[in-house]
Design a protein around this ligand. Structure first.
Ligand SMILES: [Zn+2]
Length: 308
C-alpha cells in the first residue's frame, strides 16, 4: 500500500501533465476536424440567386441535402455538438425542418418528382406547366436510413435520389457514420429511390480546391468513375446515369467524358431546369440551407409565373 502511495506521490504531476496533453491533443484534433469540415461547407454553400427570368419560370428545381439529424437521438446530438458552428448546423438539417419544407412545398402546389420523371420532362419539347422539385441527398450517412427514409415513407413515398461516394460506405466521417450497403439496400428497396454516384474516392480538396478541378487528375478521374460504376452495378444490379460533382465542380474534359458515357451530371449552382436545358451541361442544384431556403427556394415557389 505504501509503495502505491509513494508511487503516486512521485508521479502524480507526470500523470497530470499527460492528462493535460491528451486533452489538448483531443481539442486540437476536434478543432482541426471542424476547420476541414468548414472548408467543405464554404465550398458547397452557394450564395447565388435566381435571375428575374428564372424566378418567373415554371420548371424543375433540384435540391441538395446532406445530413438530416433528429435532435431527440443521442447519436445525432453528439454529431451536432462536434460541429460547433452555425453553418454546420444548417448543413446538418433537423428532420423537423425537412418535414416543414416538404409540407411547405406541397402546400404551395409544388410537385415533388423523381429524377427519372424530371429527365423525361426535360426531354419533352413541351413547356413545363408546373413547378417541380427533385430531392437529392449527397454523401449519404446513416441519418438517411434513420431519419429521412421513415419520414418520406410516412409522407406518402416521396421520391428522392441519393449520391453515394462508393468507396466510403460504412466509414466514419466527421462524427457520423456513412450508410453501409446493407442500409442503402433497405432504402433502395423503395422503388421511389434513385441512386447516383458522387465519385468512388475523389471527394476531397487539395489546397482548398476540389481534386476534380485539377486537369492533371483526368486519368485518375476516369479510373475512379469506372470503379464507382462497377461497384454500383455489383451492389444494385445496374449502372447509374447520374453523377453529382463533389463541391459542384469538375473540368470540361471530365464533363465531356461523362456525357460520352451517357451520364447526366449535377453542379451546385442555383437555377431552374426547363425543357430548354442542354443535358450535356451539368444541371443546376441548390444546396438547401437557411439562406437558399429564403432567397432562392421560397422566392421561386411564391412568384407567379404568369406575371412574366
Ligand atoms: Zn458531397
Amino acid at each position: 500500500m505504501d509503495k502505491v502511495k509513494r508511487f503516486f506521490q512521485h508521479t502524480w504531476h507526470w500523470i497530470f501533465i499527460t492528462l493535460c496533453l491528451i486533452i489538448i491533443g483531443i481539442s486540437c484534433y476536434l478543432e482541426y476536424q471542424a476547420e476541414v469540415q468548414q472548408q467543405h461547407v464554404d465550398r458547397e454553400v452557394s450564395d447565388g440567386k435566381l435571375s428575374d427570368q428564372q424566378l418567373h419560370e415554371n420548371g424543375i428545381l433540384v435540391l441538395c441535402y446532406h445530413r438530416v439529424v433528429n435532435s431527440r437521438l443521442f447519436a445525432d446530438k453528439f454529431a451536432l455538438a462536434l460541429s460547433n458552428n452555425d453553418q454546420l448546423h444548417e448543413y446538418s438539417m433537423p428532420v423537423s425542418k425537412l418535414r416543414y419544407q416538404i409540407h411547405y412545398l406541397r402546400k404551395h402546389g409544388v410537385r415533388i418528382i423523381s429524377m427519372e420523371t424530371a429527365i423525361r420532362l426535360i426531354k419533352t419539347d413541351q413547356p413545363l406547366k408546373h413547378k417541380y422539385v427533385v430531392l437529392t441527398f449527397d454523401d449519404v450517412d446513416e441519418t438517411l436510413t434513420s431519419n429521412v427514409y421513415p419520414l418520406f415513407k410516412k409522407l406518402g413515398n416521396i421520391p428522392y435520389t441519393v449520391f453515394v461516394v462508393t468507396s466510403n460506405t460504412g466509414r466514419y466521417d466527421n462524427g457520423t457514420r456513412l450508410a453501409t450497403w446493407r442500409q442503402l439496400h433497405k432504402v433502395l428497396g423503395n422503388s421511389n429511390v434513385t441512386i447516383g454516384v458522387h465519385t468512388n474516392n475523389m471527394h476531397y480538396l487539395v489546397n482548398n480546391k476540389p481534386v476534380l478541378k485539377y486537369a492533371k487528375n483526368y486519368n485518375q478521374f476516369r479510373k475512379d468513375y469506372q470503379k464507382s460504376e462497377e461497384i454500383i452495378k455489383k451492389k444494385t444490379g445496374h449502372y447509374t446515369p447520374y453523377f453529382a460533382y463533389p463541391y459542384g465542380e469538375g473540368t470540361n474534359r471530365e464533363q465531356r467524358y461523362l456525357v460520352d458515357h451517357g451520364m447526366i451530371t449535377f453542379s451546385l449552382d442555383n437555377g431552374i431546369v426547363t425543357q430548354r436545358y442542354d443535358l450535356s451541361q451539368p444541371l443546376p442544384r441548390t444546396m438547401v440551407d437557411n439562406h437558399s431556403w429564403k432567397n432562392v427556394i421560397k422566392k421561386w415557389v411564391n412568384t407567379d409565373p404568369s406575371n412574366n
